[in-house]
Design a protein around this ligand. Sequence first.
Ligand SMILES: Nc1nc2c(c(=O)[nH]1)N[C@H]1C(S)=C(S)[C@@H](COP(=O)(O)OP(=O)(O)OC[C@H]3O[C@@H](n4cnc5c(=O)[nH]c(N)nc54)[C@H](O)[C@@H]3O)O[C@H]1N2
Ligand SMILES: Nc1nc2c(c(=O)[nH]1)N[C@H]1C(S)=C(S)[C@@H](COP(=O)(O)OP(=O)(O)OC[C@H]3O[C@@H](n4cnc5c(=O)[nH]c(N)nc54)[C@H](O)[C@@H]3O)O[C@H]1N2
Ligand code: SF4
Ligand SMILES: [Mo]
Length: 710
Amino acid sequence: MTSESTTVKGACPQDCPDTCAFIYTVEGDRLTNVKGDPDHPVTRGHLCTKLNDFAAHHYNPNRLLYPMRRIGPKGAGEFERITWAEALAEIKSRWTGIIDEFGPQAIMPCSYLGHEGMLNGLTSGDPFFNRLGSSIAEKTFCGPGREVGTHLTYGPTTGVDPESLIHSKYIILWAVNPLSTGNHHWPFMEEARQNGAKIVAIDPLRSRTAAQADWHIPIRPGTDAALALGMMNVIISEGLLDRDYVDRYTVGFEELAESAAEYPVERVSAITGIPVEDILTLSREYAAQQPSVIRVGVAIERNRNGGQASRAISCLPALTGAWRNVGGGYLTLTMGAFPINWDAMSRPDWIEGTPRVVNLNSLGTALLEASYPPIKSMMVYNINPVVQAPEQNKIRQGFAREDLFLVVSELFVTDTARYADILLPAAMQAEQTDLMFSWGHFYWTYNNKAIEPPGEAVSNTQLFRLLAETMGFDEPEWQRTDEEMIRDFVDWDSPFMEGITFEALRQNGYMKLAVGDKDERAPHAEGNFPTPSGKAEFKTSLAAGGNFVPSPFRAGYQGLQDGGHIDAVPSYIPPFESLEGSPELAARYPLNIISPKAHGFLNSQYANEKKQQRRQGGPIIIMHPDDAGSRGISDGDAVRVFNDRGTFAGSAHVSTDTLKGVVATYLGHWVADSQSRSAVNSISSSRTANLGRAPTFNDNLVEVAKTAGD
Ligand SMILES: Nc1nc2c(c(=O)[nH]1)N[C@H]1C(S)=C(S)[C@@H](COP(=O)(O)OP(=O)(O)OC[C@H]3O[C@@H](n4cnc5c(=O)[nH]c(N)nc54)[C@H](O)[C@@H]3O)O[C@H]1N2
Ligand SMILES: Nc1nc2c(c(=O)[nH]1)N[C@H]1C(S)=C(S)[C@@H](COP(=O)(O)OP(=O)(O)OC[C@H]3O[C@@H](n4cnc5c(=O)[nH]c(N)nc54)[C@H](O)[C@@H]3O)O[C@H]1N2
Ligand code: SF4
Ligand SMILES: [Mo]
């Protein structure tokens, strides 16, 4: 380190529950190191595998540095450099032409969580597109199933503080793999374990976490609601519930008990594949060993039953009175505690009338099906739909449409960016200002800009300022600096902001919300749930209907239940694609596929880094020995996975790590780097789950065969 080296406080930009505090080291004008801030109480100076080389990622030679125009066929990835002025002029003339002919709804944004910041993240383009009058992209890839499910029981509770987990005695990790997907909760659980806690993982796959747990309970994908109802049945019928807590702080117990009574252990065992004895032991231990806590992951919601599964699971802590003690209760998203002014961020008040809403799970269909006005232009930023969204083949066909004007803002020429007509270079985290909330702890984290962006890359905030100017928008909001935006986006007067100022936050890098002392905090020891009744609602008071918008995350656009109906109490329905749910399809495609997150990639990010590719390896298809054997497949064989929607290839990994009948593969490999020129989402369906219009990535049937010639 030279004498000119300085340090700057930053924050990890990724959609990850941990939101690590960074320390950037800058020498001259160069970012030379990114490390974790050792003083941060949750992230403790340790960055995950993906972000360990984050400084080098900024200097990846394939960074997109200048605006580009397509010169080859769509999808070929052939571009020539142009100036920003040329790029903006072309966008203006194409969009103006489209608006004149078809109206602004023929233009549509497409974005997601490539960046999670308050400024550059999920809502960064919303004000622009609302002001333009475009069609609206409904963004429900991650979270809404759990949110709606949990919300029905508890309202927008903040849940257990992960720092309080050290006080837990029984920890259920349900559909979550924190050792890969948010490892900073683990030390708290490990400390609890040193103090006698038991860690249980419920997962079809022996994940890294399941392998480290005290007890791994394999479960058939999409059957979690049946397990939760079965556990409730055991707990109620054996008198293991906390009757006093139920009487004082819950509503709808009789109805819940009736619903649970339909799930005797034998039936639950047949549905879930879990032995009767294990269901009994789990139920009894969970109820008896207090404080018990359930941490629910995002994977819970990626099937037809996902929302109701979250809801059923969320009833367990109220039934057993787990909330009474510090470290007891339920933990899924801490985000609700952050006093965020979502309307200021996304400006739903700028929407005129009722524009068309396209759920991004149906992106491919929306691009291909006739509609009026037709979608003539799309602007893609913060998302890589060719890899990450379902119906990969339809999306690629849609993006290849000659009459579609596709604008993409990116860090790299991704599988999606290859289809762009105009490609715009985006800044990376050390090159921009942002404020990060967290969905896995209670700390704000401030990202100070450490270096200038390379070439002509711009932050998303700057991109939309430029586009607003180009389109002639003159509202004062477009003149704000990044800091002014941050000041506008937070409710600084909230009680949770006690002791937190903008200046202090910027200087300290991170600050914890005033949620209470981690060693004393038991937010629902005496009920106090933010529901209409003030109690935990086994029977929801929202079931009567109404437009139910639990999440400010997708401000202003959504009624999130399907068909306007919500069952009064939690229920179970079989997955769309399963032997139980679709026997005819299962006869042709007998294997359930799940596609959890890769240890070495963050969704599709970092999958273009050689180091991460080496760490992660190529696409693997994890198969049970019985399923492999009956297909003549041996470990290491090249195989293809297919159904009516598509096909992709990988190398067979034959192992009892997965249940018989379930194959698993990791998400994030780039299509361009894959031997089959396709990836797992080629087989995924666009159907959405029973609550929150959550995706159904883990509710797909496939067949696997040895690749011909092998
Ligand atoms: N099969 C399957 N599919 C899934 C899932 C699954 O489990 N299985 N998970 C789903 C979930 S939970 C999620 S959250 C989604 C995530 O899906 P995406 O949000 O598409 O995830 P990323 O791969 O992170 O892609 C984001 C893109 O944004 C770009 N980007 C990053 N920062 C910036 C920036 O500041 N500006 C601009 N303009 N671009 C930027 C990155 O380079 C990257 O190409 O995927 C979903 N898809
Ligand atoms: N390394 C890494 N970390 C990440 C990400 C990444 O891509 N890579 N992505 C980030 C994002 S956007 C998100 S949303 C989070 C997600 O993080 P998690 O919530 O941990 O999600 P997944 O890894 O998809 O799945 C977790 C586990 O659920 C299991 N599972 C799948 N289907 C079912 C089911 O039906 N029932 C049960 N009980 N278990 C099931 C899977 O086998 C897997 O082991 O991770 C974040 N962190
Ligand atoms: S991806 Fe998650 S664990 Fe890794 S550095 Fe970022 S916030 Fe921390
Ligand atoms: Mo996600």
